[in-house]
Each structure stands twice: as structure tokens, then as C-alpha cells.
Write a protein that binds this ligand. Structure first.
Ligand code: ATP
Ligand code: MG
Length: 274
């Protein structure tokens, strides 16, 4: 199956003098893990913010396979994004610190609610039904991500690694078709990063959710990504399998300064081994 879920075409966005994203095009296929890599300031989070409709592109557009077929995401108001099946986590965790894990998940679910304001105020049958469904979904996600132990704990008291999982749980409660993860491994230790790799693979394989991820940890990227897009200074450097992209000279140069540095590092390693 390789039908397109999201298609970005010639996306550019300018902030004053900075061209943060410059003519970027890519397709995300249904069911894949598609990863954006690139040095700091490359424009990765800005691409996420364009998809979430936090920003509007200066030029270009994003198409997305909604419930009624392909639509122009860049024409949608930001409040429609969640109900179209797009959920995200943030580079800096955004949770309600003084609420329990369960409450954070229920709040996350709220975007999915089909009931109106008056129904909510008078707590009609439909509202009650939505409430029950929300709780069922939250419990399901808690079980799926192994958060049972933290269910009633306040977020403020939780270790950083657990908060990252809670943020992902909150996004999953909206039952997304497309999950955007901005640096899921940042701030995690090696063991937590390994766990994160498993969660991402389970989200893809067991829940069938398409994942678009920004990530710096190349071992995590290689483990979970079907395809990788490398960016630098707003532009596309390379696209392909993790192995292809990591071997791309432009990518090596962007990460390590210059290709000469890399060659000399390799020579040095060979001489030392001899
Ligand atoms: N709202 C904004 N106003 C002005 N400049 C911005 C804004 N958002 C991003 N930028 C600029 O756009 C460029 C790309 O930023 P972005 O946050 O997308 O990078 P990134 O690839 O996510 O980097 P990092 O790996 O550090 O998270 C940077 O130069 C940044 O300063
Ligand atoms: Mg970023």
C-alpha cells in the first residue's frame, strides 16, 4: 500500500529576512514512518508548524487525505486540524503540569468531541456517551503505552522520560491518522530512547498510524524510519532510506562541517586501526 496521506509542494515560509523553509516538497505515504533530520535551525519544526496550521506558508501548499478525500490543508483553519486526524507532540513538552496523567489525556481527547456547547452544558445523553468513549480511549492508550502506574499522578512530579510518553499518549487519544513527533528522544537516556523506538514501531504496526517525525538521534532514526528527508537551512538536502540519506555527502557535510573534515576523520581512523 503506498497511497499518499500528506503531500507538501514547494513549501516556503519567510520570517522577516529568514527563509526558514525554502521550496520544500515531499509526500508522506499511509502507514510509513517518515523522518525529517537536519542541523539546528534547518526548518524542521517550522515544517511541523506549517502542517499544524500554526503558520501559513508564504508560498506552496499542503494536500492531505481527509475523511472526504484529498483536501488543501493550507486552506483549513487551525482548529480543524485535529478533527482531520492530525495530532502532534512538541519539541518542548506541552502538558498541564498540575493535572493527572488521565486528565491530560481526557483534555487531549476533547478536540475529538462531536457534542456541542449546549449539549455539554446540560450534560445530555450524547455528552455522557462521548464522556464514556473518551474515558475508554484514554484507558486503552494508558494500557498500550504502559502508563498504568502513572495514571493518577500529577504530571509535575513525573520524570522527564515519562512525560514524553504522556505527551505521546495525549496525542494518541485523539485517534489520529497522522502523528507528528517533534524530537521524541530529546532529553531521554539510552534505555528510554530504546523504549521510544519500540513505542513508535508499535504505533505504526499495531495501531496503523502514519508517523512524521523530527529526530536528531541517528540510531533511532535508522531503527524506525522507512524514509528520511534531510534539510539544511530551509532546503531539502536529500531524501531516501535512512542508509541512503546518511551516506549522502551533502548530509555529512551539513552535519560535520565539511566533507574534508569527514575524509580526514576516516583517514585518521584507518591509520589508527593499522
Ligand atoms: N516564529 C518565528 N519567527 C522568526 N523566525 C523563526 C520563527 N520560527 C522559526 N524561525 C527561524 O526559522 C529557522 C528554522 O527554525 P526551526 O525551529 O524550524 O528549526 P529546527 O530545524 O526545528 O531546529 P532545531 O533542531 O534546533 O529544533 C531558524 O532560523 C529560526 O530562528
Ligand atoms: Mg525544532
Amino acid at each position: 500500500m503506498d497511497s499518499t496521506l500528506l503531500s507538501a509542494k514547494n513549501l516556503s515560509v519567510r520570517f522577516g529576512g529568514v527563509l526558514a523553509v525554502n521550496n520544500v516538497s515531499f509526500d508522506v505515504k499511509q502507514g510509513e514512518v517518515f523522518t525529517l533530520i537536519g542541523p539546528n535551525g534547518a526548518g524542521k519544526t517550522t515544517v511541523f508548524n506549517l502542517i499544524s496550521r500554526i503558520y501559513t506558508p508564504t508560498s506552496g501548499e499542503i494536500a492531505y487525505l481527509g475523511p472526504q478525500g484529498m483536501l488543501k490543508l493550507t486552506d483549513q483553519p487551525p482548529q480543524n486540524v485535529a478533527s482531520l486526524g492530525i495530532a502532534r507532540t512538541f519539541q518542548n513538552i506541552e502538558l498541564f503540569e498540575h493535572a493527572s496523567v488521565l486528565h491530560n489525556l481526557l483534555i487531549g481527547r476533547h478536540t475529538h468531541r462531536q457534542t456541542g456547547l449546549w449539549q455539554d452544558i446540560f450534560f445530555t445523553g450524547k455528552t455522557r456517551e462521548a464522556e464514556i468513549l473518551a474515558r475508554e480511549k484514554a484507558e486503552e492508550v494508558i494500557d498500550f503505552l504502559g502508563l498504568q502506574h502513572y495514571r493518577d499522578a500529577f504530571v509535575a512530579g513525573l520524570p522527564y522520560g515519562v512525560r514524553k510518553v504522556v505527551e505521546m499518549a495525549r496525542a494518541l487519544c485523539t485517534e489520529p491518522k497522522l502523528l507528528l513527533l517533534d524530537e521524541p528522544s530529546s532529553g531521554l537516556n539510552v534505555e528510554e530512547t530504546d523504549d521510544m523506538a519500540f513505542w513508535i514501531q508499535d504505533i505504526k504496526n499495531e495501531l496503523g498510524i502514519t508517523v512524521l517525525m523530527v529526530e536528531h538521534d541517528m540510531s533511532l532514526v535508522s531503527k524506525v524510519s522507512d524514509r528520511v528527508l534531510a534539510m539544511n537551512q530551509g532546503e531539502v538536502l536529500a531524501m531516501g532510506t535512512p542508509r541512503e540519506v546518511q551516506a549522502d555527502p551533502g548530509v555529512i557535510e551539513a552535519y560535520l562541517g565539511s566533507i574534508d573534515d569527514v575524509s580526514s576523520l576516516r583517514r585518521q581512523a584507518t591509520q589508527e586501526a593499522a
